[in-house]
Design a binder for this molecule. Sequence first.
Ligand code: G4P
Length: 527
Amino acid sequence: MTLQEEITRRRTFAIISHPDAGKTTLTEKLLLFGGAIHVAGAVKSNKIKKGATSDFMEIERQRGISVATSVMGFEYEGKKINILDTPGHEDFAEDTYRTLTAVDSVIIVIDGAKGVETQTRRLMNVCRMRSTPVMVYINKLDRPCRDPFDLLDEIEKELQIKVRPLAFPISSGTTFKGVYNLYRQNISLFTSLERQTADATTVQFDDINDPELDNLIEPKFANELRSNVELVNGVYDEFNRDEYLKGKLAPVFFGSAINNFGVRELLECFLEIAPSPGISTTTTREIRPEEEKLSGFVFKIHANMDPNHRDRIAFMKICSGVFERNKNYLHVPSGKMQKFSSPTAFMAEKKSVIDFAYPGDIVGLHDAGAYKIGDTFTEGEKLKFTGIPTFSPELFRYIENGDPLKFKQLAKGIDQLMDEGVAQLFISELNGRKIIGTVGALQFEVIEYRLEHEYGAKCRWEPISIYKACWIESDDELALKDFKLRKHTNMAKDKHGNDVFLADTSYALSLAQEKFPKITFHFTQEY
Ligand code: G4P
């Protein structure tokens, strides 16, 4: 197969949702279709259940599982599908944000009874920033759900994206009859007996006015469907793939993942319309996937479970060319040439050594602690990919050494955990103390636990009252200097030496924004 053919047949995407909407269940059903697994229940959820915050063993166990399920590759009808898993727990949202930089499209799962939830909104913001094409799967139709039109309106309003239903449900809950596939013009009938295995019965209906429909799903529901479909076709424009590819229009499907219902419709439409790997941007130029020379970047680093080895796996997304085992590549940040004797690929829950990988694929590289998120590999060109964001953390604590004899271990541990993107480190300009900022409270416990178990260091946390950390910038050097001087007690440097303003309260932040109009305050920063 040519490089172009390999690229065209690839679909690299992530499934995202608010916890409990059904992301794990849908992932598993897609794998069942792909034949990557054969029984339901084979994919363990990598989510850390609520309430497990103090159960470190659980965290460790889950981390182990999430290595295995970080990327799930499988073949389906000639296509190579790479599903990138994202952690369900919202405290690990930053990990999810970074994973979203490595995908070409996204499927959002929404619980039909609950509609759009906080985490869905946040994740969609990241997709919008990157204009990632998005498809929506409204799940749990076997339970009483909200009115489909209400749900569609809510998605449009809350997620700020135009929607176009490509399937429409026939009732929900106990009277759930099935889904009309507007894309293929057929009806899938629902019988909850088909839970674990194949697909629902599909009946072709080129014209839903066919009286045969009344025999299949009772006249009441048939009429309801007819008027709903008329409404859909009246209200929504024809599906436009270009708009979808630009991230401006989301096709919407309905179903019940646990019952394997509406999943095939979603998958088949996805394979047809979802993009294959596209152009990536760097600080110097655009990279086309079909370029002969390899380029790729690290979007995730995962520590090994074995406390005796501090080895890690760096996940690299291939952006162009062909990756080959044992070939020398330039690790751009260090300027060193490196080759990999056992790069791994991920097929469902298995990991295996590979000889080649293509754009869109994710390769696991053995990392002895030298790589950071955002690092680029090339065949010599000094590229740096853009758009790998780090978000302003929301929780802050001072980190102090808990064991004077382990000072070095602590410093190294903090350094490496920050490289992994577990949290962010700031050094206060006021007192030189180290401040750790995270997106979730769980991270503090993870850091403390890992420092102790992987680095033999002890840390102590001390409270600090910060509302938000934002990166500041100005074209006017004098204005910047003045700001830093006046806000000296609230200034810090991040790991890369960038200026960061630590606002005590939201009021202090808006006051600063108002009083210093020449300063730009950023709430995200690129690696
Ligand atoms: P997540 O990864 O998005 O967090 O969600 P997950 O798939 O784990 O699903 C959350 C819960 O919702 C699970 O139940 C799952 O069985 C259920 N679920 C998923 N899809 C459907 C569906 O189509 N209909 C209904 N009725 N339920 C669905 P749980 O009780 O939390 O876990 P489990 O004990 O069943 O594993």
